[in-house]
Design a protein around this ligand. Sequence first.
Ligand SMILES: [Zn+2]
Length: 162
Amino acid sequence: MKYSEEAIWDILSEVEDPEIPVINVVEMGIVRNVEINAQEVVVTITPTYSGCPAMKTIEEDIAEILVEKNIAPFSIKTVLSPAWTTDWMTDEAKEKLRQTGIAPPVGTSSDKSLLMGKIRDIRCPHCNSKNTVMISQFGSTACKALYKCGDCLEPFDYFKCI
Ligand SMILES: [Zn+2]
């Protein structure tokens, strides 16, 4: 193969997360592995959560950019296990979320209380207050919940794609 794995990672880092365009899918931890074998480039991705409607888009976007960069042949493999957790997000990605006015995810997908919507200590991305309350399970997209800060009174999205 005439490509290096590093070059493929670079190309993939140009793919934006459809939910949060300031973060790419590599920073997000969605791209799990890049492997170049004798036949093809294999990109392995893991959904942020299995029901996330954005995953189809991400797969299509990855395919599109690989075609655009003349990477061929390639295949995209989706693995569900081990499940994606917020630990896979880079600190830089979490900081970018905060700057966009979205509270970064807290905890891991194995934390059942998060899945039940009983989320504690979600900090306001505007003033860092913990005095926040969930207004709706669904924010601007299915992967976000709408919160409101009790101190600065600003509403904000909490990224719950976990
Ligand atoms: Zn606030």
